[in-house]
Write a protein that binds this ligand. Structure first.
Ligand SMILES: C[C@](O)(CO)[C@H](O)COP(=O)(O)OP(=O)(O)OC[C@H]1O[C@@H](n2ccc(N)nc2=O)[C@H](O)[C@@H]1O
Ligand SMILES: Nc1ncnc2c1ncn2[C@@H]1O[C@H](COP(=O)(O)OP(=O)(O)OP(=O)(O)O)[C@@H](O)[C@H]1O
Length: 268
């Protein structure tokens, strides 16, 4: 079985409160984009994992695909699989790529072994893997609060809009990025803003990580400015960086981003 775990962007990201468990409460819109990894699992005699494509830092035993397997195996004693991840989504990039791999692994193992898990049960397992993981179970635009696992429907469709994602090859650690932010309650009704016209977003829909990170990494700031110069209706850093996205009505010329990792396409 093969699947294509996709990235997400954060449209607006309020970091509202530091929690007693060390995490932060956030408020954001998570929106799927089709920049994808490839994940294959086939039944095997022993459990194994290999990855190709972009090199993944750290020990392969800590890969979220394997962690997903162990999580389900603990409870359901599932047979071994051979896993192959072809990594394409930039890492430490605010795109939730690792989280998508973990969540898709849960969904694949559920299907392959006919575990019959509900969406809520899979989201519960995904939350154990990471804060961004549960979103990728349903994988549709939502308004998110809590640590990233509380979902509220959002009447927002950007279908047909053209999106450009530019990653300046900088790896930003999520933990460090959170430690550089002072949590503040939302000063606007983010959910309402998101469901108003996209033309209202510029300057109003804010990612709280930008304040510190755009100062520390001028290249991120410059990419954001260049996307606006190219006519973006809205541009922002996603998650804890370092990727910046711009939303446009039509395709744009990408020739001045050749030194970066870039993905563009229409939103679903
Ligand atoms: C920045 C976002 O991508 C926005 O969607 C997410 O909040 C990050 O989610 P993630 O990469 O899945 O992060 P996790 O693997 O759960 O946590 C990594 C570290 O980030 C910090 N962290 C993460 C999520 C959160 N809501 N509050 C936090 O403070 C914690 O220090 C945690 O130890
Ligand atoms: N499947 C995976 N893909 C990428 N990184 C993984 C994966 N599994 C585990 N990791 C570990 O997670 C670290 C990256 O986590 P990090 O949260 O910074 O990035 P991310 O998962 O690409 O998404 P984001 O930047 O949005 O948080 C890597 O350095 C690696 O050690």
């Amino acid at each position: 079985m093969i699947t294509f775990p996709n990235a997400k962007i954060n449209i607006g990201l309020g970091i509202t409160e530091k929690r007693s468990d060390g995490f932060h409460n956030i408020a954001s819109c998570f929106y799927p984009v089709n920049w994808c990894d490839m994940l294959e699992m086939i039944p095997a005699k022993t459990l194994s994992f290999q990855s190709t494509g972009i090199e993944i830092p750290g020990n392969p035993d800590g890969n979220l695909c394997l962690k997903a397997y162990h999580l389900l195996n603990e409870k359901y004693d599932i047979p071994p699989v051979q896993m192959h991840l072809h990594k394409i989504i930039p890492i430490g990039a605010g795109l939730g790529g690792g989280s998508a791999d973990g969540a898709f692994a849960i969904k694949m193992l559920n299907d392959m072994n006919q575990l019959g898990l509900s969406i809520e049960e899979m989201e519960g397992f995904a939350t154990e893997l990471g804060s961004d993981c549960p979103f990728f179970i349903e994988n549709k635009p939502v308004y998110v609060t809590g640590r990233g696992e509380v979902f509220d429907t959002l009447d927002l469709s950007l279908e047909g809009k053209y999106i450009v994602l530019v990653n300046p090859n900088i790896h930003i650690s999520t933990k460090e990025a959170y430690s550089g932010v002072t949590p503040t309650p939302l000063s606007v009704d983010l959910k309402q803003l998101l469901t108003s016209s996209i033309n209202e977003w510029k300057g109003n829909v804010v990612n709280d990580f930008e304040h510190s990170l755009l100062k520390n990494y001028p290249v991120i700031d410059n990419i954001k400015k260049s996307l606006y110069q190219k006519g973006a209706i809205y541009a922002s850093m996603t998650g804890s960086g370092s990727t910046v996205f711009g939303i446009f009505d039509d395709e744009i010329d990408l020739s001045n981003y050749t030194e970066y990792m870039v993905w563009s396409g229409k939103l679903d």
